[in-house]
Design a protein around this ligand. Structure first.
Ligand SMILES: NC(=[NH2+])NCCC[C@H](N)C(=O)O
Ligand SMILES: [Mn+2]
Ligand SMILES: [Mn+2]
Length: 323
């Protein structure tokens, strides 16, 4: 297999990659999603990145659990569960991701539940702003919009809220409850694009409508096909904007990715998921990729399938091609 040849637009080198493994599950209620990075790595992901895709992988060899920064007490606050833990972990993760991105590396983060995107996107947004003077776009591939504010959320699970904190729709002054998120960490709702949506809470629909947020649901994919949807999604972002791709494995249909905490039927096929990642890679504008919500402890017979699907998405996003 040939190595990718594309010179990325916003990275000084095409083959320097920072890898962060985040074993965190506090953004939702089910344990097991913290074991995903190890499962992905044990399936040979790092070797594949090094040997087949020819990346110079900068990895500290650790699946971060952040035990040292876990708060002793974490009472429900503004309806949010584990807010201190999620805030502390994402703040630390933001710094780790920032450090890789500041040095011009592509940043790959393996989650963990989707709350970790508060850390990854804030870190890349800040570094990219400093390095290129540009505002980063975010492509959020998911069955869910994850844009609840603490007030609109029914569950209180912060993995359903990261986009609200990242865009400033949700704010909090308290330093230990996301008060550390500053303007340079944030992204604009105008530069946010969703793909794969099919399970949106009532309050989230209102937010999407009021802010005119670009969203391609499964309905749009049925109507136009994934090819046209990707043209429209990337056309909305434009060709001179760095892109952070945050990929929730539950965007795929449970037929392909059953081992995830909040599965929703009627999702993307394996090929549609890979195609999205391939198209985003082809722009040359991709600066970071998150893979989240793989939970190998759920639907154990489907765990290896789900891990394989995740690896495939990552490879496609990093420039692996079929031919
Ligand atoms: N990252 C995810 N899988 N998010 C699911 C969110 C589900 C629901 N909308 C909530 O707020 O709790
Ligand atoms: Mn989801
Ligand atoms: Mn999600």
């Amino acid at each position: 297999m040939d190595a990718p040849t594309l010179q990325p637009k916003f990275l000084p080198s095409r083959n320097e990659l920072g890898l962060v493994a985040v074993g965190f599950c506090g953004g939702q209620g089910k344990s097991g999603v913290d074991a995903a990075p190890m499962a992905l790595i044990e399936s040979g992901l790092v070797e594949q990145l090094r040997e087949e895709l020819e990346f110079n992988v900068h990895y500290d060899g650790e699946v971060h659990q952040y035990a040292d920064i876990m708060p002793k007490e974490d009472p429900v606050y503004r309806g949010m569960k584990n807010s201190r833990a999620v805030s502390a972990v994402t703040q630390r993760l933001s710094e780790q991701v920032y450090e890789h991105a500041r040095q011009g590396r592509f940043v790959l983060t393996l989650g963990g539940d989707h709350s970790i995107a508060i850390g990854t996107i804030s870190g890349t947004a800040k570094a990219i702003r400093e390095r290129t003077g540009r505002e980063m776009a975010v492509i959020w591939v998911d069955a869910h919009a994850d844009i609840n504010t603490p007030e609109t959320s029914d569950s209180g699970n912060i993995h359903g809220m990261p986009v609200a904190f990242l865009t400033g729709l949700a704010k909090e002054d308290k330093e230990d409850c996301f008060g550390w998120i500053k303007d340079d960490h944030r992204v604009s709702v105008k530069k946010l694009v969703y793909i794969g949506l099919r399970d949106i809470d009532r309050g989230e629909k209102k937010i999407l409508r009021e802010h005119n947020i670009k969203a391609f649901s499964m309905h749009d994919i049925d109507r136009y096909g994934i090819g046209k949807v990707m043209d429209m999604a990337l056309g909305w972002i434009g060709s001179d904007t760095p892109i952070h791709l945050s990929f929730d494995i539950d965007s795929l249909d449970p037929m392909w990715a059953p081992s995830t905490g909040t599965p929703v039927r009627g999702g993307l096929t394996l090929r549609e998921g890979d195609f999205i990642a391939e198209c985003v890679h082809e722009t040359g504008s991709l600066v970071a990729l998150d893979l989240v919500e793989v939970n190998p402890s759920l639907e154990s017979h489907g765990a290896s399938e789900t891990v394989r699907a995740g690896i495939s998405i990552v490879r496609c996003g990093l420039g692996d091609t079929l031919l």
